[in-house]
Design a protein around this ligand. Sequence first.
Ligand code: HAS
Ligand code: CU
Length: 556
Amino acid sequence: MKATPTVLDPAGFELPPDQKAALRWTIYIGYFALTAGIFHGLAQALSYANIDILRFFPGLKGYYQGLTAHGVANALIFTFAFSNGFLPLMTARALGRPLVGWLVHAALATLVIGNVLVIYAVTTNQASVLFTAYAPLQAHWTFYFGLVLVVVSTWLALVNMLVVLRGWRREHPGARIPLLGYISVISYVMWLLASLPIAVSFLGFLLPWSLGLMQKIDPLLTRTLFWFTGHAIVYAWLLPAYVSWYALIPAQAGGRLISDSYTRVVFILFLILSIPTGFHHQYTDPGIPESMKAVHAVLTFGVVFPSFATAFSVVAALEIGGRARGGRGLLGWVAKLPWGDPSVVAQMLAMLAFVFGGVSGLINASFTMNQVIHNTTWIPGHFHLTVGAAVTLTHMGVAFWLIPYLTGRGLWSRGQALTSAWVYTIGVFIFSRGMISAGLEGMPRRTFRVAATYSNPAWDFGGMLTGIGGTLMFFGIAQFFVVIAMTALAGSRAGSPRDIPITETLTAPATTGWERHLDRLGLWVLVTVVLCVIAYGPFLLTYLPPKLVSPGYRLF
Ligand code: HAS
Ligand code: CU
């Protein structure tokens, strides 16, 4: 079968240098946030092993201030800064067109200002409300407004991608959108739709309430709006990683992607199923009809399907690579994969971790089993295997070629890059094993165990593993920073990649037949909106108007 490049212009395309620089700085902001975040992560992990290092943090007023910093920096800023740099670059490269310069800079500026406001609110202990920002805990207005700006910066990045896509479509009437561009755009279109409820919550309720323009708030409504966005947000973190797994990793491993249409169907399923599932975070919340929770539970099992499909596709692509490199027999190809390439290795370890992240997610999603593990450390066990491993390790792996590509400097120390990925992975497995088993024994999440007036010997072993694993994760990421910083400052000018690794597909995109409808973004957006109305309409119709009952509380 004839192999088909996913880009029309495989000869290579250079982004203007100022745009490259802005995208690089966008990603660096994510690294700055992650740097702050991992110190707090270390402290959180050790606290479950009954070791208190928080008291050595200068200026830190309390546990929840540190936990807020950790969640916001790592889960919100790091992830979106990466996506804001990565997805527009992928779109521009795939479509062979430059981005809109002022939009790149505007997205960066908005991200910076948003960050400054959030950092101000959190470091002055005026926003120890955790990343979920549940009312009636009330933060300083700069916290809400700063996060709104971070979201606005993601919208600007998407607008940029859509402008590039529109220009490309005008020049190529009737042509299929190159796959890499298509999956990059669809990832952020999903996020745009997903982010609207939280925009309503922050701009319509939390911000005016924190400014004193509104005296009371509706905790259940704002919480529901948070999770309306908040489940889909996890896929907004995951999909950029999937972009790499589908469209880049096969090329890096010497393989090919099995099917163009299959990949598009997977991303469409994520678009339409990611959002109408938020009640699976609220199974235990009063005030939401059980029947609607059941609808969301079923849809949650639906959104697992495209991940199963992904597992099949990426393993097949890796197998093609392993066999092309001389692998034989049932599993001989695994040994032939490029285990010396830190970029590929970090991402294969990410996939491995995601198997366990996915399995634990299925347990969360099961209505009855959720009762056992909700609000226990099982949950951070789950999400460090997903966002904290599948996503983070993929970002690390991508950085090992992306930062050289963006800086024009070769990767500094392949060996250290490899070690950082392995140390982090071993750490996250030990950490999650600890959190998950202690969670099954009922160890509560979001609790400063060192100071708790209750304990249980059954938590000791899991707590200890959490501390050990968290420490290894800290050193793994710290070493990653050394590699990245040394690459940017001292990498060899000769060793940088001139292009990004783009995969070829075994089957070409069809130019006739039903597959053409896969490119009709407007149609799929409409289907998504209809599903969201079905999933959230009945609740909102019976619940509204808002019940503004609670004043704000500051317990910090
Ligand atoms: Fe989750 C809670 C259900 C995926 C993140 N999740 C959370 C929270 C976070 C989070 C942050 O239903 C906590 C929020 C909070 O603070 O309260 N989650 C799921 C389900 C999935 C899932 C069903 N979660 C994610 C992803 C995340 C993430 C992805 C971040 C990126 N989650 C839940 C539920 C809760 C929850 C409930 C609420 C719990 C509660 O009570 O509070 C699924 O999408 C997972 C599907 C994934 C798979 C895995 C496929 C495997 C692949 C790898 C293939 C590679 C191979 C290896 C085989 C089925 C694609 C090859 C390698 C070689 C080397 C050859
Ligand atoms: Cu979820």
